[in-house]
Ligand binder design. Structure first.
Ligand SMILES: [Zn+2]
Length: 99
């Protein structure tokens, strides 16, 4: 496969991931948590399969552990980590990540 073709595939994969995450957010605000998690899981599967690099705002928009979409003040908390002098996001499931 030539690199141009690969790039086309990668860019279409990342736009599908973006769409899935948007749908997940909509599903969450509609109160449909199961559907929201399913969308994130699909996006995550695509991500693992194609090994695409996502922009930071997409990478930090869902939990890798419980596949929950991250919505500030709803599904995640942002804390200042004084020990490491950085911001840290904490998911509802307890998973935390440095920003
Ligand atoms: Zn989580």
């Amino acid at each position: 496969m030539d690199s141009r073709r690969k790039n086309i595939i990668k860019s279409s994969v990342s736009s599908s991931i973006e769409k899935l995450l948007n749908q997940s957010r909509t599903a969450y605000s509609d109160g449909n948590l199961t559907r929201s998690i399913r969308y994130v899981r699909m996006a995550f599967e695509l991500l693992k399969k194609h090994k695409v690099k996502l922009p930071a705002e997409l990478k930090n928009s869902f939990c890798r552990k419980c596949c929950l979409i991250w919505i500030p003040d709803k599904t995640l908390k942002i804390k200042f980590d004084t020990k490491n002098n950085c911001l840290r996001v904490v998911c509802n499931c307890g998973y935390s990540k440095r920003l």
